[in-house]
Ligand binder design. Structure first.
Ligand SMILES: O=C(O)CCC(=O)C(=O)O
Ligand SMILES: [Fe+2]
Length: 382
């Protein structure tokens, strides 16, 4: 067997050990791409001022697509699969995780061939956050530039060994994608698409998870995949039975467009063509409170470290946000009731950020010992 085929067989086995070799393409989506009806209703904004984008989208927590903001990035010329393969042939990038949680990696030259030739129903995609630490791959950092709308990130003042990964380089073959999830730790995200088309569906943080997640009968062999979602749950979303108070926000992201995903929003993303993208997650003024609450619930020792760094690096912001900071620093003084229904579900929507219950939850959490390596990574969808 040729080397390429051996490599592909190995990464597929490692990244999706639950699948038999004949279960990769049973649905034949490569022969007939599922029909997806949609009416775009996401807001598109071209070159807004920073102030208006902050007011209308970031502070309001409304998703949007920014147009015309990355046309000048070198990536727009340099990130074709052919050019990237020529530059980084033998560099390997993360394509998944094995059953022990170790990264499964593949050299770009093999992945490029796989992207072109595969007929999998939902192919593997490159989703790599370590490129910035690799001698050669670091060059990618110079190909994209800061966006004025997302110019600071409060996590950056924490020690770098303790800060979770916050940027990912994504190469997604047609039919691959990311299943329904909420980004971790209360972060918001921007996602800049360099080539190809991504179809997005987003839901408000208050949307219950049982509504947006596939039911057990819908899951099939690829329960966590975007294409499964779009061929099952999405049909319900479009039907007249779908609860009107949880409208889907649907959008097709085109090359050169940047998606803004506010903290707490559910989203699912299907590559309807081969795509190349870069995404970053962040915490700024607009989602600070959510990030603090999430960190309190799931990463309390990181939170302590981070708050101290905020005090040193952003003294004014620290003073101005004492109301939020105090409630996680002195939780015991706020809590005198023990009835709480919240669960530490981590990143499953808004259920654990119920304002009324929060102080009771903080009280309960504070006394639980927690080992604490902060993690912000590609969502494990379940
Ligand atoms: O597949 C994509 O582009 C979406 C990525 C995403 O939502 C995430 O990394 O959290
Ligand atoms: Fe996400």
């Amino acid at each position: 067997m040729e080397r390429y085929q051996q490599i592909i067989n190995r990464v597929k086995r490692d990244a999706r050990s639950e699948l038999n070799s004949d279960e990769w393409n049973k649905k034949q989506f490569a022969q007939i791409f599922p029909e997806l009806y949609f009416t775009e209703n996401i807001e598109r904004v071209s070159n807004p001022s920073v102030e208006s984008f902050e007011r209308d989208f970031k502070m309001a927590g409304i998703p949007a697509i920014l147009t015309n903001s990355i046309d000048h990035w070198p990536a727009m010329k340099e990130w074709t699969i052919e050019k990237l393969t020529a530059r980084f042939r033998n560099q390997s990038m993360k394509i998944g995780e094995d059953d022990d949680g170790s990264s499964v990696r593949i050299k770009l030259k093999y992945f490029a061939k796989y992207m072109k030739e595969n007929d999998d129903d939902c192919p593997l995609n490159i989703f790599d956050s370590s490129f910035c630490e690799k001698h050669k791959l670091r060059e990618l950092l110079a190909d994209y530039l800061p966006l004025k709308y997302f110019s600071h990130d409060f996590y950056q003042c924490a020690d770098s060994q303790r800060t979770p990964p916050n940027r990912w380089f994504i190469v997604g073959p047609k039919r691959s994608g990311t299943g329904i999830h909420v980004d971790p730790m209360g972060t918001s995200a921007w996602n800049a698409l360099i080539s190809g088309i991504k179809m997005w569906c987003l839901f408000h943080p208050k949307t219950p998870d049982y509504l947006v997640k596939p039911k057990s009968t819908e899951k099939g062999k690829h329960p966590d995949e975007a294409i499964t979602w779009f061929t099952t749950v999405y049909n319900r979303v479009l039907s007249s039975d779908w609860p009107k108070q949880y409208p889907p926000i649907v959008g097709l992201q085109l090359p050169g467009e940047v998606m803004f995903v506010p903290s707490g929003w559910w989203h699912v993303v299907l590559n309807i063509q081969d795509t190349i993208a870069v995404t970053e997650n962040f915490c700024d003024e607009s989602n600070f409170e959510r990030c603090v609450k999430k960190a309190f619930l799931s990463r309390p020792s990181f939170l302590e470290h981070w708050i101290e760094k905020l005090r040193l690096h952003y003294p004014t912001f620290y003073e101005q946000n004492q109301d939020i900071i105090q409630c996680v620093q002195k939780p015991l003084s706020y809590a005198d009731s023990s009835s709480s229904t919240s669960s530490d579900s981590g990143d499953d929507g808004d259920q654990d950020l119920d304002e009324e219950n929060f102080f009771q939850v903080t009280h309960k959490r504070k006394i639980l010992p927690t080992t604490d390596v902060p993690e912000l990574r590609r969502p494990r969808v379940n």
